[in-house]
Design a protein around this ligand. Structure first.
Ligand SMILES: O=C(NC1CCCCC1)[C@H]([C@@H]1CCCCO1)n1c(-c2ccc(Cl)cc2)nc2cc(F)c(Cl)cc21
Length: 233
């Protein structure tokens, strides 16, 4: 039986990442807003673009706190952010969706999102992904590390020094692997299941431009930051 132990420096690394992750979150709670009232497709589109814009800003702040990230080549830092922002947005949406809510609220939230203006064909893959995240019952440490591992994906477009990114990502993967073994001794496959979600996340993210341009709204207005990050306009 493998004796898994978190080292002192791994514990420090974990604390830095979880603190940064919990500090840099969307200012106001989008779930609460959606539960308060039913919005029109236009209002929902505006809400999404506002939320997504502020989430990118928050993602940049979070990324600066990932040990080693700022020592990467500056252009590679940008390439990693641009390459992971959409996935980070869907992963964050899934994590918000998977939060424990008073009974019946999750169903209301799901209904509001289904009717938010998003075109039918994307609803199923999106909720399949969200529900696969819900079913993992991830703890905060796992959520923070999974987002970190997504950001540190070496094979994003235009990354020059992939080895340097791989080295930092491997540190995070090893820490997450240990956490999973310690957290779920009875589920040896749990770590593999977590990483499997990143494949589903990448597939879902391929649709993001179509999901946005096919939104049932007359005015698909995007902020300059979203035009940078999303393949739209
Ligand atoms: O604002 C959203 N997500 C933000 C993005 C930044 C991080 C925090 C969450 C959207 C909402 C959906 C209703 C209409 C208004 O937008 N959203 C999406 C979503 C994201 C991308 C596309 Cl293209 C389609 C839907 N999935 C969500 C799951 C949820 F649980 C909640 Cl609360 C909201 C969610």
């Amino acid at each position: 039986k493998e004796k898994v132990e978190i080292t002192k420096e791994q514990r420090t690394l974990m604390k830095v990442i979880v603190d940064a992750y919990s500090t840099h979150q969307i200012p106001q709670d989008v779930a609460k807003k959606l539960l308060q009232e039913q919005y029109s497709a236009d209002e929902n589109f505006l809400l999404l673009t506002e939320m997504a814009t502020s989430q990118v800003q928050v993602l940049v702040e979070f990324t600066k706190n990932i040990p080693g990230f700022l020592s990467l080549d500056r252009e590679d830092q940008i390439a990693l952010l641009k390459g992971s922002a959409v996935e980070a947005m869907f992963l964050r949406s899934a994590q918000v969706f998977s939060r424990k809510m008073p009974s019946g609220q999750t169903e209301v939230l799901e209904e509001r999102i289904r009717k938010s203006g998003i075109s039918e064909e994307f609803i199923i893959p999106m909720f399949n992904f969200y529900k696969s995240i819900v079913s993992l019952h991830m703890v905060q440490e796992e959520q923070a590390l999974l987002t970190t591992i997504t950001i540190l994906t070496p094979d994003r477009p235009y990354v020059k020094d992939q080895q340097a990114v791989e080295r930092i990502q491997e540190t995070m993967l090893e820490l997450l692997r240990k956490l999973c073994v310690l957290q779920r001794p009875q589920e040896p496959q749990y770590f593999a299941r977590l990483l499997g979600r990143l494949t589903e996340l990448r597939t879902l993210s391929h649709y993001h431009a179509e999901m946005l341009t096919s939104w049932r709204t007359n005015d698909h207005k995007f902020t300059p930051l979203l035009c940078e990050i999303w393949d739209v306009q």
